[in-house]
Design a protein around this ligand. Sequence first.
Ligand SMILES: C[S@@+](CC[C@H](N)C(=O)[O-])C[C@H]1O[C@@H](n2cnc3c(N)ncnc32)[C@H](O)[C@@H]1O
Length: 311
Amino acid sequence: MHTKKKTRVWGKTNFTEKHKRKKNNPPPYPGEGRVGKTINERPQLTFGTSGDKGSLFSERGCFPKVRFLSFAHRAKMAGKPETATAEYWTDRWKKGKTDWHREEVHNILFKYVDELTGGRSNLRVFLPLCGKSVDMLWLADQGHNVVGVELAKQAIESFFTENNLTFKVESVKMTASGEPAEVYKCNEKNITIFCCDLYTFEEEDAGGKFDAIWDRGSLSAIVPSANGKRYTKKMHSLLASDGNYMLESHYYEIDRGNRPPASISNELRNEIYGEDFTIKELYVDRLGEDPNRSLSFALDLHYHMFKPKEN
Ligand SMILES: C[S@@+](CC[C@H](N)C(=O)[O-])C[C@H]1O[C@@H](n2cnc3c(N)ncnc32)[C@H](O)[C@@H]1O
């Protein structure tokens, strides 16, 4: 019997009408335009080089006009959202552009859960930038105490309602910022989700360090080329010295600017994790081009296990 291979790439696995319509010009990431093409007949500015059509270089092609502008400024000028902002993500949730979300528990989490937990039960497991991931539910059902951080209230409330769970909300004062944050506590399962910016979240807010971190779509979402080191320092500060940290990352060779999911080379991975963690490669899933995926180009999904170094 012929069975269709299901992949875990951000995007859809079925060939829908939407894909048919966009077949000749599919967006490389759902809901966004294509680098260097036009949208609504309007020239699209890009971050390309002087040879690129529609780049931020002068018409006469002699001098780069905005070479030294910040990413945020360039993004604004190009009419593109800055992808590392709360506005970008809440807007995606509002518009339902959440193609990264999977309805099933991640197969790699199933496969490597014992390596992640060291075979231990009743652990404190952290999911940074958790969205409405059903992996939280599964980990809680394995007897763990699950904590997520997510800035979009809509994502958190959808997680509970879509899984027929009830919750109570408490307002707490965050240790670092002193600002209030809403904390959602599930009534039926050991799941707590902080509605806040990851960078304001400290060990004290969490009630101690975590035994395990499962990072799927989190590092990929924070523009790791710019913010990676800050991000990995945060993870290191939250993880117990005998804890494990499992990561899914993407690698592809086309230039998509700063749009998530970011492409993370081994060099970048080593640069941002190498100081604070030992790195073990678990598995690579090599995906060829597939017009049925929203990320239709060839890409590799890399899985890693990190252990904190004693600094
Ligand atoms: C690509 S999604 C991944 C969600 C989830 N990990 C999954 O696999 O389904 C990234 C999520 O991070 C949230 N997010 C982005 N930046 C954040 C930040 N600085 N602090 C907290 N949440 C953030 C977004 O709202 C979004 O839900």
